[in-house]
Design a protein around this ligand. Structure first.
Ligand code: SAM
Ligand code: SF4
Ligand code: SF4
Length: 360
């Protein structure tokens, strides 16, 4: 597997000076474009690669409700971030549809406008268990797109990977209902673990061909410290494409914008498009424009960061938006994170936040 190391490329010696009205750049000249908001650290699944039950079992202490940002607090941070350049907001978790009345938050976020008056691309990633019930209300609240995670079509394997009693049909019904209410295309995320669900690659591809949905294959990542990650279990994007392409010939689709996470491919026979997210074998830190807000208001600059920046304290201190703008500008300006380019090297830190806390 190739590792790309580019420790010195495009890095400024000092944080860039933020000029209001100009794009907010970090030390590697990456603008702040995307905000991922984790609304809860709870989940009704215990996916083995994300929340292994041995760790997230009955005695695990989830965040008390009072610690969570309220919807008003989230919306305020989002509004200030949009003023600084954010154009895409993704709600995630834990399982975001477990957060009570999430539609009310979506309604608030759907009102946001960028400095040039555009609305924000407002998306949500879900395990799909509650989607059939909620798709219409999410759409009515103003959500623009939805991504559903599904790792297998085989019921037994799905139960084993999600460590739940939910069946595949429930998730497929959620996807259908999302499409029916107008979320088209639905993106479907499949985390691929070598020797665990790689036999599902072709069945999943076959199932979603001609559906209009975009199936995206995600390399198993070393997020957090509890999922027992091991490089041996990573099936690379190249290997995934080879397996799918042998059955259904593929051709590349050019990227649409800077910072697009998934490499895009389409079936030569016009049966649709797929994506491959290669954060392990081909890191894309150079174009990473994402900040992540945790359920209790810590801002993380990288999925693999060990510490965040406390925005809740500012929001609850009574300080005005000018203070929040200045803090966000200084946090982002000093950002130098590029973990995936360093993966496996001595400088890689040991302590990392969990995926179920910060979201994908
Ligand atoms: N619960 C929701 C869901 O599963 O869609 C949202 C949160 S989940 C943390 C977001 C995404 O992260 C999911 O698509 C999940 O498959 C992915 N994910 C979790 N752990 C991962 C890992 N170790 N490697 C790669 N992707 C992972
Ligand atoms: Fe829950 Fe999503 Fe993590 Fe699975 S990947 S345990 S559904 S948060
Ligand atoms: Fe972005 Fe960090 Fe992932 Fe690199 S490792 S792409 S900086 S989140």
């Amino acid at each position: 597997m190739s590792q790309v190391i580019s420790l010195t490329d495009r890095r400024d010696a000092t944080p860039p000076v933020f000029v209001p009205g100009q794009p907010l750049l970090d030390m590697r000249r990456r603008p702040l474009h995307d905000l991922r908001i984790s609304v809860t650290d709870r989940c009704n699944f215990r996916c083995t690669y994300c929340m292994p039950r041995e760790v997230f079992g009955g005695s695990y202490k989830f965040m008390p409700h009072a610690d969570l940002l309220s919807f008003e607090e989230i919306a305020r941070i989002a509004r200030v971030s949009v003023g600084l350049g954010v154009q895409k907001i993704r709600l995630t978790g834990g399982e975001p549809l477990l957060r009570k009345n999430i539609e009310a938050l979506i309604e608030m976020l759907a009102q946001l406008r960028t400095p040039d008056g555009a609305s924000v691309d407002l998306t949500l990633t879900t395990n799909g268990t509650l989607l059939a019930k909620k798709a219409q209300s999410l759409k009515d609240a103003g959500l623009t797109r939805v991504t559903v995670s599904l790792d297998a079509l085989d019921e037994r394997l799905f139960e084993r990977m999600s460590d739940s009693k939910v069946n595949v049909k429930t998730v497929l019904r959620g996807i259908d209902e999302a499409a029916r209410v107008g979320f088209r295309p639905v993106k479907v995320n499949m985390v691929v673990k070598k020797g665990v669900n790689d036999d599902q690659l072709v069945p999943m591809a076959r199932h979603f061909r001609h559906s209009g949905h975009v199936l995206r294959f995600i390399e198993f990542m070393d997020v957090g410290t509890t999922n027992g990650w091991n490089l041996e279990e990573v099936l690379t994007g190249a290997e995934i494409l080879k397996k799918i392409g042998a059955e259904f010939p593929l051709e590349p689709v050019p990227a649409q914008y800077r910072g697009e996470v998934a490499g895009r491919w389409r079936y030569v026979d016009q049966a649709g498009e797929i994506g491959v997210i290669t954060s392990v074998s081909q890191p894309f830190c150079g174009d990473c424009t994402r900040a992540r807000l945790s359920p209790e208001g810590q801002l993380f600059l990288c999925l693999f960061a060990s510490a965040g920046h406390d925005l809740r304290a500012i929001v609850r201190s009574g300080a005005g938006d000018d203070v929040l703008v200045a803090r966000l500008a200084s946090i982002w300006g000093a950002r130098d994170d590029h973990y995936s380019e360093l993966r496996g090297h001595a400088t890689t830190q040991q302590k990392k936040i969990e995926m179920s806390y910060i979201g994908g």
